[in-house]
Design a protein around this ligand. Structure first.
Ligand SMILES: NC(=O)N[C@@H](CC(=O)O)C(=O)O
Ligand SMILES: [Zn+2]
Ligand SMILES: [Zn+2]
Length: 425
């Protein structure tokens, strides 16, 4: 394996220093046997990013994404680990399917893939899946989710929370009260009325979060709240944390940047679940991420082929790409606004998601002896996003034509460069 010397890099935005990568780990001592030197003046080094919420679509929807193409997009975005959501075909609700996804990630070699197991068989919300068998499998599943669907039955949710305690698992909930969101198309508000699109009210998210926090506290288990999108949700999670309950939460880059006004275009690129909300929700999400109420940023990278997106709003699929643009959107919304420094970004995009997912080899400080999972980032660069230029098989980025700050220059996975000079290796 190539020994790299990264010269003059600013670790977490600190004073410039040199980093040596040897035999897959960050090495101390003199830079002997260096084969490749990377001049990194002006670049920031962050621990490899960890995504707790990625849709890789394999098995079953290889027309939208595969483990290989999705992890290529992840590497380009600076990620060294992604958690793959269970809403595949077949659903990842058995040890066999999660082992298959885990192995495909290993074989592709761009980014470690940690499968998420379904909470209920077939995501049908009726019967608990074989959570223990998935935890004990080679994939060592610790995160379980019916994402795309809400575990809306309170008794099933209680049982799932109890079940995962045995192996220190966590239930990641897609918080959406189904009866309150039948046919819902966009954020419920004055604008949904004007556009004639059925509303998805904030209370449908908040009612489930409140219930789940109470359930998690009652059984003494771990709850993770997926894609928080409203100011009221932030407030509920803040209260749960004040009580010392074991609740964590994520926000997506798109909910930090975009608002429901974009629905007025009727362009399904902006159709996502939960929907884009109001400017005051965006402000509350940014504040909640800054003060630690919301623990992490997770992409909810949701690829869809053009036939599922190039249609009228009501018929289009929910979801947008996110892996390749996440760090830039976080820079724009959180760093350039003064809400977070780079150490804060490392906490929310690497350390904390690795802790929640119980990953040992990711989300570690860039210290001697740590696995060399590193991203080199140029915060001074800018780019206009080209919607057709993506490693993903799908093209549904909401940022096409937008100028975003920053550029991932290199990504290292256990010392191997997956990206160099912005290009996939
Ligand atoms: N976020 C989305 O709009 N879509 C996701 C499902 C989900 O995350 O709920 C998908 O699988 O396409
Ligand atoms: Zn979801
Ligand atoms: Zn999702």
């Amino acid at each position: 394996m190539t020994t790299h010397l990264i010269k003059g890099v600013s670790v977490l935005g600190g004073t410039p220093t040199d980093l040596v990568i040897r035999d897959g780990v960050i090495a101390s001592g003199p830079a002997e046997g260096v084969e490749e030197v990377i001049e990194a003046e002006g670049l920031i080094a962050l621990p490899g990013l960890v995504d707790l919420h990625t849709h890789l679509r394999e098995p079953g929807r290889e027309d939208a994404e595969t483990v290989e193409t999705g992890t290529q997009a992840a590497a380009i975005g600076g990620f060294t680990a992604v958690h793959a959501m269970a809403n595949t075909e077949p659903v990842a609700d058995t040890a066999g399917v999660v082992e298959q996804v885990w192995r495909l990630g290993r074989e592709a070699g761009y980014c470690d893939v940690y499968p998420i197991g379904a909470v209920t068989v077939g995501l049908a919300g009726e019967k608990i899946a074989e959570l223990g068998a998935m935890a004990d499998s080679a994939a060592r599943v610790r995160v379980f989710s019916d994402d795309g669907h809400c575990v809306s039955d309170p008794l099933l949710m209680r049982r799932a929370l109890e079940y995962v305690k045995a192996f220190d698992g966590v239930i990641a909930q897609h918080s959406q009260e189904p009866r309150l969101t039948e046919g819902a198309q966009m954020n419920e508000g004055e604008l949904s009325g004007r556009l004639g699109l059925a509303g998805w009210p904030a209370v449908a998210e908040e009612a489930i979060i409140a219930r789940d926090c109470l359930l998690a506290a009652h059984v003494g288990s771990r709850l993770h709240v997926c894609h928080v999108s409203t100011a009221g949700s932030v407030e509920l999670i803040r209260q749960a944390k004040e009580k010392g309950w074991n609740v964590t939460a994520e926000v997506t880059p798109h909910h930090l940047l975009l608002t429901d006004e974009l629905a007025a275009t009727y362009d399904p690129l902006y159709k996502v679940n939960p929907p884009l909300r109001s400017a005051s929700d965006v402000e509350a999400l940014r504040a909640g991420l800054a003060d630690g109420t919301i623990d992490i940023v997770a992409t909810d990278h949701a690829p869809h082929p053009h036939e599922d997106k190039d249609c009228e709003w009501a018929a289009a699929a929910f979801g947008m790409l996110g892996l390749e643009t996440a760090l830039s959107v976080v820079q724009q919304t959180m760093v350039d606004t003064g809400l977070l420094d780079w150490a804060g970004v490392a906490e929310r995009m690497s350390y904390a998601p690795a802790r929640i997912g119980r990953l040992a080899d990711h989300g570690r400080p860039l210290e001697d002896g740590a696995p060399a999972n590193i991203v080199l980032y140029d915060p001074k660069a800018t780019r206009v996003v080209d919607g057709s230029e993506t490693a993903s098989l799908s093209r549904n980025t909401p940022y096409a034509g937008r100028e975003l700050p920053g550029r991932v220059v290199a990504t290292f996975l256990r010392g191997k460069a997956t990206v160099l000079d912005g290009k996939l290796q």
